[in-house]
Design a protein around this ligand. Structure first.
Ligand SMILES: *Cc1c(COP(=O)(O)O)cnc(C)c1O
Length: 383
């Protein structure tokens, strides 16, 4: 175990270090939480409202409607569009299950399109082939912190009169230049954008949380109603809704962290540069491509040869790593009823055997990263 002695880092390396991030803002966060407890306004109230407003301002969006979590946000977005059973929703199989699960649970039909090998996001050529007269929504996922090709997706949606819902759970703060060459935040291109504030997301709370982004007044009103049991006025229910809301304590945490989101995302981008410089020279590795606008590196994901062996080697050296995602959705049991089979989405399937996400968070240090990179180099160069 000579390696351990050679290691300069005393602290355990983590995929995500929520403790270190908390400590860096402890005074503000503790005070914000205490304020909610003092006020006893635990549900809705001024703090939730203030957070919604501040996030809308940050994103340059007209409305942010908070809800219970990112999965609810997707479900509510789909509910708000007044779709019919069997309507087709196009998304990718290389994503977290929630994206397709929410489509399925509403009796809508997920239709998958493959992803691009370099951006991991929706492949436009495949998308063009999958649009039918039953298609109602294109649902791109901005995976790992990078925007999808929203210029082309928006164009196709307009051409075919389709709605666009952006699953922006992993990419809050990412931007892309729009067709007028103006910088625009992910989640604001489509009809609705969805967010998750799961603790490990780039803007995470201390429990569950989510939100919907929307620029259309009428649609935003409908979304807000659905979140509140389909009512505008308490006990008068115009449509069928759900109960999905952001706790005031979570909103208080998020208000503090929103003021630091740019700083957090900047740290992630710099950490990505450090990985790039050290790992870009290894032949067996492909570093993540920054293809569409500003990447906020929710994950730093390599494509690598001998992936499983490398993961095991890193583990032996106390370096965690994760596989997002080991099984594409079209070959998961939950979606077998859709009738897809292996080889239907060759890029997604091939990625699932190659991808490896390295530790990435707003507190990661250069020393930690250099140690991780030295071990990866050792793995490839010594065998
Ligand atoms: C995290 C995530 C979700 C779901 O968010 P929850 O808050 O965990 O429900 C949905 N889509 C993607 C792509 C995610 O990464």
């Amino acid at each position: 175990m000579q390696d351990k002695h050679m290691r300069k880092i005393e602290k355990e390396i983590r995929m995500v270090d929520l403790k270190a991030q908390y400590l860096s803002a402890k005074i503000e966060i503790d005070a914000a939480i205490a304020e909610v407890i003092e006020s006893t306004q635990f549900i809705n109230g001024p703090i939730v409202k203030a957070f919604s407003k501040e996030l809308a301002d940050f994103l340059g969006a007209k409305h942010v409607i908070p809800c219970g979590n990112g999965t609810d946000a997707l479900m509510i977005a789909l509910m708000a569009l007044e779709l019919k059973e069997g309507d087709e929703i196009i998304t990718t199989p290389f994503t977290f299950v929630a994206t397709a699960e929410t489509i399925a649970i509403l009796g809508l039909r997920p239709v998958f399109v493959d992803v691009e090998e370099d951006s991991f996001n929706m492949d436009i050529n495949d998308l063009k082939k999958k649009i039918t007269h039953r298609t109602k929504v294109i649902l791109p996922v901005h995976l790992f912190g990078q925007c999808s090709n929203m210029i082309e997706i928006s164009k196709l949606a307009k051409e075919h009169s389709l709605y666009v819902i952006e699953d922006n759970a992993q990419s809050i703060g990412a931007t892309l230049n729009n067709e007028n060459n103006q910088m625009q935040f992910t989640g604001t291109f489509g009809d609705i954008g969805t967010l998750s504030f799961f603790p490990s997301k780039n803007l995470g709370c201390y429990g569950d949380g989510g939100a919907l982004i929307c620029n259309d007044d009428r649609l935003a009103e409908r979304i807000a109603m659905i979140c509140k049991h389909g009512s505008k006025v308490k006990y008068y229910h115009e449509i069928v809704g759900v109960n999905s809301r952001l706790d005031a304590i979570q909103a208080a945490v998020l208000r503090v962290k929103l003021t630091k989101l740019v700083q957090y995302n900047t740290h992630r981008a710099k950490a990505a540069d450090i990985y790039d410089a050290a790992l870009g020279i290894i032949d067996e590795i492909v570093i993540p491509k920054r293809k569409y606008g500003k990447h906020v590196f929710h994950q730093y994901t390599l494509k690598c040869q001998r992936r499983d062996e490398l993961k095991e080697f890193l583990k032996k050296n106390d370096i965690p790593s994760m596989i997002y995602y080991p099984v594409p959705l079209h070959i998961q049991g939950a979606f077998s009823y859709l009738g897809y089979s292996e080889k239907d989405f060759p890029v997604s399937e091939s990625l699932s055997t190659q991808v490896l996400s390295l530790p990435m968070h707003s507190e990661i240090t250069k020393d930690e990263q250099l140690y991780i990179c030295s071990k990866i180099k050792e793995f490839y160069l010594s065998r």
